[in-house]
Design a protein around this ligand. Structure first.
Ligand code: NAD
Ligand code: TYD
Length: 349
């Protein structure tokens, strides 16, 4: 069995990635290292938790001694690093938490991999999962390519940019076999309802206000999460060592148009009068330093590895809404407890 480490496997993207690897690669022993922050949830992995090639380890990626011991014990041959603090609004409130997990945590993992893979033999891969937000904010024109200069503008994106730099530094300095991908906004099942799409689905279900920052004109490029993990699988196995790949949906939406589409589909699915959910839209104070537009040029990935997004957005959103409607218990669990305090702090009562 090939021992593989996935960090942050109990989170949104990590759980989809873990499921894919456990199911698709019975010859891999997949260890999911996660310290189960508010965003980590073992319910996300219930369907695979008993698989014989899967193991969960609770632990903190910033604890270097612990991480080194884990690498020694399992002799990992590959690492897929997803663990992070991932929400921009939380980074505005608590930047140090982002510095700690995203920078210190990444460097601990790099250090442990470097110590274990002393001779960097063929076949080892340290794959760092990152975001397009490191490139900053676009105007109405243009796309982020792999050569776009970094210009992070939120504490979240600054911490991810810093972690990307460390990954490249370990490649150049120690020849650690690294790969990086920078992806646009993901959506889909198991998405924590602090992010725009699941937050709006939850609020529409509960007839609560749909908070739109500023004028709702900011643009994001949305990708269905299963398309993202399919790209990660390709890059992990076939991408070139030392290279970066952009992953994106070719799917730009202003926030307001996206929320209106969500409202339209939810009215239909819930049998509500057309237009009733749109009445919940409420414009609120803009996010500090709110990036205007993200849009990815993923042509390198398409050319080199033949990857394309598989789902049209209207279809992906429909699947996503159906999942939330079928999994109201999951939604109830993740919105009880600490979530209420977060919500009141962010949006008021
Ligand atoms: P998430 O917040 O849903 O999950 C993060 C996971 O990391 C959680 O399970 C959490 O418990 C775990 N974690 C946090 N701190 C940890 C620590 N110190 N030790 C161990 N585990 C820890 O995040 P996500 O949305 O799934 O994002 C995963 C990765 O993908 C992140 O690196 C993020 O920057 C990147 N990314 C996300 C998106 C997106 O749209 N969500 C887009 C592009 C890239
Ligand atoms: P989000 O899902 O937090 O992802 P990111 O900030 O990483 O792109 O936000 C997506 C967009 O939606 C972003 O432009 C901010 C906006 N937004 C709102 O308008 N209201 C909200 O309550 C949230 C959470 C986000």
């Amino acid at each position: 069995m090939k021992p593989i480490l996935i960090t942050g496997g109990a989170g949104f993207i990590g759980s989809h990635l873990t499921r894919l690897f456990v199911r698709k690669y019975p010859q891999y022993h997949v260890v999911n290292l996660d310290n189960l922050t508010y965003a980590g949830n073992l319910e996300n992995l219930k369907d695979i938790e008993k698989e014989s090639n899967y193991e969960f380890v609770k632990g903190d990626i910033t604890d270097l001694n612990f991480v080194k011991t884990l690498f020694e014990k399992h002799q990992f041959t590959g690492v897929l690093h997803c663990a992070a603090e991932s929400h921009v609004d939380r980074s505005i409130t608590d930047p140090l938490a982002f510095l700690r997990t995203n920078v210190l945590g990444t460097v601990s993992l790099l250090q442990a991999a470097k110590d274990l893979w002393k001779d960097n033999e063929e076949g080892k891969v340290f794959y760092h999962i990152s975001t397009d937000e490191v490139y900053g904010s676009l105007g109405t024109e243009g796309f982020f390519t792999e050569d776009t200069s970094y210009d992070p503008r939120s504490p979240y994106s600054a911490s991810k940019a810093s972690s990307d730099h460390f990954v490249r530094a370990f490649y150049h300095t120690y020849k650690l076999p690294v790969k990086i991908s920078n992806c646009s906004n993901n959506y889909g099942p198991f998405h924590f309802p602090e992010k725009l799409i699941p937050l709006c689905i939850h609020n529409i279900l509960n007839n609560k206000a749909l908070p739109i920052y500023g004028k709702g004109e900011n643009i994001r490029d949305w990708l269905y999460v299963e398309d993202h993990v399919r790209a990660i699988d390709l890059i992990f196995h076939q991408g070139k060592v030392g290279e970066t790949y952009n992953i994106g949906g070719h799917n730009e939406w202003t926030n307001i148009a996206l929320v209106k589409e969500l409202c339209r589909q939810m009215d239909e699915k819930l049998g509500r009068v057309t237009g009733s959910s749109e009445k919940l839209i409420t414009y609120v104070q803009d996010r500090a330093g709110h990036d205007m537009r993200y849009a990815i040029d993923a042509s390198k990935l398409t050319k080199e590895l033949n990857w394309l997004p598989s789902l049209q957005f209207e279809e992906g959103i429909s699947k996503t809404i159906d999942w939330y409607l079928d999994n109201e218990e999951w939604l109830k669990h993740v919105t009880s407890g600490d979530y209420q305090g977060y919500y009141e702090h962010q949006y008021g009562k």
